[in-house]
Structure formats: C-alpha cells, structure tokens
Design a protein around this ligand. Structure first.
Ligand code: KE4
Length: 424
C-alpha cells in the first residue's frame, strides 16, 4: 500500500486524513507521505524511501528515532504492565528529574499532552490569583486550548476573538493578545488591566510562527511587570524544555517564571505533558487545593520510563554544544546560498532549532512572520523532500536536529537546501 492509497483511505475515515492538521501538508501543498518506520535521524516511508528528518516528531525525538536506551526502558517497564491507575515509582523518578533540572519547578504534575499542560497552568493561575484575564502573544501556540486559540482584537488592548469555530465569545473575552517583542504594548496592557491579569503565558522563544527570538531585556521586563502586578508568569516550554538546555530557556536566560508547561522530550516519544512551578501555586491543585485537574493516564509508567531514559541520556551526554554547532553550520550554509543568489533569507537558529523565513529583514514578531514569502519556502520544502530531506510541512514551524544527526546528515541537508535556494 503506497502513501497515496493510504491517504485516500485515511481521508474517508479521519477528518482531513490526519490526526493532527499540520501533517496534512495543507500549508505546503501536495499530500503527505506515510511513515513505515523511523531510526536515528531517518524516517522510512511506506515506499521504502529514506528521509533525513528535521521534524523529529515535532520535537520529542531529541535522541533521534528508536533510541536504544529509550526502547529498552519501555520494554523493561512493559514487562510490569502498561497502566496501574495508582501512584507508581516512576512518577516519583520523573518528578525528581524535572525538579532537578528546571529552575522554576518546585513541584510538578504529569499529564498527557502539552495542551493539557498549558490549559491546566491557565486554570491554576486563575485559581491561585482569583483573577480572570490572560495575556498571550500573537503567533505563540500553546496547544488547542479554548482560552488560547484567540487572535488579537482590533487594537492591541481589545479583548480577543476566537481563532477557531466552536469557541464561545465569552471564553475568548478574557484573553488579551499582544504583539511579541513590543515592550510599550506590554506596559500599556499592564497599566490598563494589571490587577485583573491572572497570568501571562508565552513561548519564551516563540517557535510556532517560525522561530522568533526575544529582544534583549524583553523577558526580564515581562518578569518585572508580572511580579509588580501579582500576575503569574507562565513559560510554555513544551518545545524548548530540555531541547535548548536541560533547564530550557529559563536556565539559559536566568529569567525564572512562576509556572512552566512541558511536554514532547519528557515523554521520550510517548504521550506526555507536565506543568510545574512554585510550591505555593502548585499546592492549589486538587487534591490539596481547590483547582481541579486530573487524567486517567497521567504518569503512565511506560511514558515515564521513556521520559526518564530520555532525560538521563541528556544529562549524561550534554549534547547541547554539538547540536548548536550542527544548527549553526546548516544556518550558515543557507544564509550563504541566499546571499550568493541575492535572495532575502533569514535563518534564526538557536541550539538544535532553526527556521527559514524568506524576508529581507529579521523577523521579530508574528506580523513580520506572516508577511514572509511562503511561496519560496514551499518550493524549498518540496525540492528538499524530493532530495531526501524532510523539513516541517509549514513555514510557520521550526526545524529540529537530534543527537542522532551526524555531521554527514547535516552536510547533506545543508547541500540540498542550499541547492534548493540557488534554484529559486
Ligand atoms: P501537544 O498538545 O500537541 O502535545 O502540545 C501543544 C503545544 C504546546 N506548546 C507548544 C509550544 C507547542 O509547540 C505545542 C505543540 N507543537 C506543535 C508543533 N509546533 C505540535 C504539532 C502538531 O500540532 O501536530
């Protein structure tokens, strides 16, 4: 059965033929390939084609696919059963691992996805402060949470409008959406709403509209304003947690939020999410406190085993400098190719994360991101795919490198992508 036939079947049975929209290739055109297996830095399609993978299942596979240590941890756990519905020792080990690594986390609650982690963090912040308003930033994605699937109202200070069907206006009405990297808008918002803002949630390095890095001092200013107004600062590090350093962006920048949402890498490729922070806030969670949150498979022993192994391997290997070197080599090759061709290309890169924006100026917020030339991105995407390199199928995603990507993979990808750019 080839990908085309499978996709036809899938579209009969699953909306859009996919279990998550971005996989459908709607942004880049064409139809998705189906994967039969994945090992190390490569995916193997059902047609038997090998692709160097820069999606890494959207972040979790920092050790590449089918990592032996993670596999064996899962099989050891599997011998004891798949789910108990009671506390299990691996939940304690996972909590110890996260608390030891992430500066803001004194206590942590496991759940089953990044979406659950952010929606629970929002509810917890509202329960802890007794306030209703939430501030988020245009372009930041926090999973499909009703209160966060909101686009900016007409002015930066108007309350949000739903960004998806099915979200009541009342739900979006307490969400304020600001432009990222705009200190004046932030200060203006706090002077207008300060004491009614329960929380500010952001990806500290937004990576769901391409990759955008904060201005110098922006995160520190945000930390100061939230402290002054008694609002909870939530870092959504579902993507950046353990990806850019063991302690995520907060460890790299020294800016410590009050709550942190985690996911992806901490599950070693199995379904997982987590949120954690100051004990004073976390103690408001049921059964200790009045904020309800729950999950049948939260702390699942197999996901815990996989995640513990993944974090253990990161602690042992400390791969972050090498991942940054690979990322910087690829980014440099792409910038060089674009410059030789006279094409405006921005390649923001930090550690094992990079993105491609076809634009003449650096992209510092969502508005600039959506103004980039996505037509050129799509051409590069398809050329790369035809030549064995798989980028995320959207210009508004971020590429990931794993510890299984050798220098050869990086050089091959850089050559293919540079060729694609030169052919534009
Ligand atoms: P999940 O519910 O998909 O586990 O996590 C939601 C989420 C929360 N926060 C951040 C910063 C995220 O990046 C995500 C999910 N990321 C997307 C890709 N950028 C997952 C891919 C998909 O939606 O299929």
């Amino acid at each position: 059965m080839d990908s085309q036939k499978l996709f036809e079947q899938a579209r009969e049975l699953i909306p859009g033929g996919v279990n998550s929209p971005v996989r459908a290739f709607r942004s880049v055109g064409g139809s998705p390939f189906f994967t039969r297996s994945a090992n190390g830095s490569r995916l193997t399609t059902v047609e038997g084609r090998q692709l160097i993978d820069f999606v890494c299942t959207w972040g979790p596979a920092i050790h590449g696919h089918n990592c032996p240590e993670i596999r064996s941890a899962i099989s050891v756990a599997l011998a004891d059963g798949t789910s108990f519905g009671t506390p299990n020792p691996r939940e304690v080990a996972m909590a110890q691992s996260i608390v030891a690594a992430v500066p803001s986390v004194e206590q942590v609650r496991m759940c089953n996805s990044g979406t659950e982690a952010t929606l629970s963090s929002i509810r917890l912040a509202r329960g802890y402060t007794g306030r209703d308003k939430i501030v988020k930033f245009a372009g930041c994605y926090h999973g499909h949470v009703d209160a966060l699937l909101v686009k900016a109202g007409s002015g930066a200070l108007t309350l949000g409008n739903p960004d998806s069907a099915g979200i009541p206006a009342g739900t979006a009405a307490d969400t304020l959406v600001l432009p990222f990297n705009d200190l004046a808008a932030l200060e203006h918002c706090f002077s207008a709403f300060g004491e009614s803002i329960a929380a500010v949630i952001l990806e500290p390095f937004p990576a769901n509209c391409g990759l955008i890095l904060p201005h110098e001092g922006y995160l520190a200013a945000l930390r100061k304003l939230t402290q002054e107004h008694g609002s909870v600062l939530i870092f959504d590090e579902v993507m950046t947690g353990f990806r850019l350093s063991l302690g995520g962006v907060q460890a790299m920048t020294g800016i410590t939020p009050d709550l942190t949402a985690l996911g992806k890498i901490i599950g070693g490729g199995l379904p997982v999410g987590a949120f954690g922070g100051k004990r004073e806030i976390m103690s408001c969670l049921a059964p200790e406190g009045p904020v309800y949150q729950a999950g049948t498979l939260s702390g699942n022993p197999l996901a815990m085993a996989a995640g513990i192994a993944a974090l253990e391997k990161l602690r042992e290997e400390d791969p972050y400098d090498r991942l940054d070197q690979l990322g910087s080599m690829i980014a440099g090759a792409l910038r060089e190719a674009a410059a030789s061709k006279g094409i405006g290309l921005q390649v923001p890169q930090v550690g094992s994360m990079f993105a491609l924006f076809f634009a003449t100026e650096p992209v510092l917020n969502y508005e600039a991101a959506v103004a980039t030339d996505t037509r050129l991105f799509n051409k590069v995407f398809h050329y790369a795919l035809e030549h064995g390199v798989y980028l995320p199928p959207s210009p508004y995603e971020t590429c990931f490198i794993s510890t299984a990507h050798g220098a050869g993979d990086a050089e091959q990808a850089a050559t293919v992508l540079a060729d694609a750019i030169r052919l534009l």
